[in-house]
Design a protein around this ligand. Structure first.
Ligand code: NAD
Length: 250
């Protein structure tokens, strides 16, 4: 149902973004990949998905503008690139704060403001932002991440209201813990910040949050993103969709 549609997924060389790109490509969308990684691996992904890759760094305004220029007009925009840092607030590195706000929040502003004119003009568009359970609730030691994700929730609601009568929807997807390199990367810092072993972090910190006691799978997030692109989802806008094994129900 997405043939003829062009979909840009930021941060799609890995993890959740790649799964969303795969799900949209499977429905026929022409996908634009973005993100870092090994050149051969990215070339392989482009071939697998009949996609193109624009490797802009979204930490800067110039990088975001280069991405949008390279991608051309898009019908579906998935703001997914994101990063995490785990540290107590009084030790939280200022450069990490700035980087996380820039990538997780400000990049979505730049890509969205540049994508909206085409979507409005054609009377159809889908904006999907990968937020997090941390857009609805908090955990300690993730001050910048939690602020950025709560921010993207408000950002998304605002876009949804502004575009409500244009055929363009804007929604958040809020996963709980999904097993990706981002999660693996925060285990050592969480061990340090909380004085725990690797197993304790996985079972007592991460999965402790999810009543299902299972990590969310990237393909499940991809399927939800594809649903939001369907015609039947035309009245779904301004929503923040949890996919978190019941975490935020508690
Ligand atoms: P990941 O580390 O596997 O992938 C991140 C992607 O972003 C990669 O493609 C990477 O190359 C790209 N990226 C990183 N810095 C970039 C930059 N400066 N410019 C452009 N691209 C950049 O992470 P993931 O777990 O798949 O996370 C994707 C999104 O999902 C993030 O927004 C994250 O906050 C969110 N999320 C993840 C989880 C989880 O449990 N993994 C849970 C909730 C929300």
């Amino acid at each position: 149902f997405l043939s003829g549609k062009r979909a840009l997924v930021t941060g799609s060389t890995s993890g959740i973004g790649l799964a969303i790109a795969r799900a949209l490509a499977a429905e026929g969308a022409q996908v634009v990949l973005n993100g870092f990684g090994d050149a051969d691996e990215i070339a392989r992904l482009c071939e697998e998905l009949s996609a193109v890759h624009v490797g802009a760094d979204l930490m800067t305004q110039g990088g975001c503008e280069a991405l949008m220029a390279g991608a051309g007009p898009v019908d579906i925009l998935v703001n997914n690139a994101g990063m995490q840092h785990v540290s107590p607030v009084e030790e939280f590195p200022v450069d990490k704060w700035n980087a996380i706000i820039a990538l997780n929040l400000t990049a979505a502003f730049h890509t969205t403001r540049l994508a909206v004119p085409h979507m409005k003009a054609q009377g159809w568009g889908r904006i999907i932002n990968t937020a997090s359970a941390h857009s609805k609730t908090a955990s300690p030691f993730k001050i910048a991440y939690n602020a950025s994700k709560h921010g993207i929730d408000g950002f998304t609601k605002t876009i949804a209201l502004e575009l409500a009568q244009t055929g363009v929807t804007a929604n958040c997807i809020s996963p709980g813990y999904v097993w990706t390199p981002l999660i693996e990367g925060q285990i050592p810092d969480t061990m340090k910040a909380r004085g725990l072993s690797r197993e304790q972090v996985i079972n007592d910190v991460l999965l402790a949050k999810q009543p299902t006691k299972k990590f969310v799978q990237v393909g499940e997030v991809g399927a939800l993103a594809a649903f939001l692109c369907r015609e039947e989802a035309g009245n779904v806008t301004g929503a923040n969709w949890s996919i978190d094994g019941g975490w935020t129900a508690e």
